[in-house]
Design a protein around this ligand. Structure first.
Ligand code: HEM
Length: 290
């Protein structure tokens, strides 16, 4: 995500000369970032395959076929008003017709089928709970190891404290408002002003790194009987039960997808060549100051 705010040096880090290429991202961050993208792509696609085994969500300790009155979310198929089958998605009292995408969609072999998420969105591209679980756990452990390494490296080098965590002075309402207006006007920072993340970018990154992704991982681990036994059953209780943990796992996955959509949109708006070059080679051009 690119930063868009007006000038405010809040980092205390000495400015680099403007309008030049400079090393924006360290090798460790770059490798970790793209490994993260690979892991999340597989985690989402395999997770949707696993979800399709029981496309409903509950709050509390449990939830199964017989508890259909306790579902807060369910995806299914029904007979439509003119006959024929329609896909439906219900979130609380809100029921939406989602034919063709959720509930009733075309299988990889071209036939229509009753299934939560369609085959094209899942990995593997057919109903295969056993394989989906194996791939999910494989990428989950890589994702966790990568995340812990990023946190350890980030704290040790002060990257997280200096460059990602919001600085106290940036939290001034006037500065937040300035950044909101700059984003709304798509006014991209130039020169020294573009050397450090601004406040909205820090909110997004810090929220993702310190809240969203850890909650997604912990709610996932809550559903692992092996981990649960080793941890003395504490984790599911933290989320209010295993069924709640599953719901929170699903919600944090959706919020992560929302972050990625906005993140990639900002990369495109800010100049995809320069942005992607910085996350691949490290080199970033700040442009000349206005
Ligand atoms: C194809 C998808 C993605 C693209 C093209 C992309 C691109 C980028 C780019 C260009 C930057 C540098 C922004 C800048 O220097 O201003 C960046 C930073 C970052 N991205 Fe992504 N990203 C993607 C997916 C993700 C995902 C899935 C996550 C995690 C959920 C993520 C989290 C982050 C974080 C936390 C940073 C800041 C890293 C740091 O400075 O320590 N990105 N991304």
């Amino acid at each position: 995500m690119a930063s868009l705010a007006a000038p405010l040096d809040t980092t205390g880090v000495p400015p680099v000369r403007s309008g030049q290429l400079y090393r924006r991202h360290r090798l460790f961050v770059r490798i970790g970032h793209w490994l993260n993208v690979l892991c999340l792509a597989f985690l989402v696609a395999t997770g949707l395959n696993i979800f399709d085994a029981h496309p409903a969500l509950y709050w509390g300790q449990y939830g199964a076929d017989a508890d259909d009155d306790r579902r807060w979310l369910e995806i299914g198929a029904a007979t439509g008003p003119y006959g024929g089958t329609i896909g439906t998605t219900r979130i609380g009292p809100l029921r939406i017709v989602t034919t063709g995408v959720l509930g009733w969609n075309r299988a990889a072999n071209g036939r229509l089928q009753q299934q939560g998420f369609p085959d094209w969105a899942t990995f593997p591209h057919n109903r295969d709970l056993a394989s989906a679980r194996r791939w999910h756990f494989f990428f989950a452990w890589i994702f966790i190891a990568n995340g812990l390494a990023y946190l350890a490296w980030g704290f040790a080098t002060r990257h997280l404290q200096d460059e990602v965590w919001p600085r106290l002075r940036q939290l001034a309402p006037a500065n937040i408002w300035r950044d909101v207006v700059a984003h709304a006007r798509l006014r991209f920072p130039r020169g020294d002003d573009d050397k450090h993340y601004h406040i909205l970018q820090r909110f997004a990154y810090a929220g993702t790194v310190f809240v969203l992704l850890p909650t997604m991982v912990l709610s996932g681990l809550s559903m692992s009987p092996g981990f649960d036994a080793a941890a003395g059953g504490v984790l599911p209780q933290l989320f209010g039960g295993r069924a709640s943990a599953r719901s929170i796992h699903f919600i944090t996955m959706d919020l992560t997808l929302a972050f990625i959509v906005v993140h990639v949109a900002m990369v495109i708006l800010a100049g995809p060549f320069n942005q992607l070059r910085s996350m691949i080679t490290g080199w970033y051009d700040t442009g000349r100051p206005r």
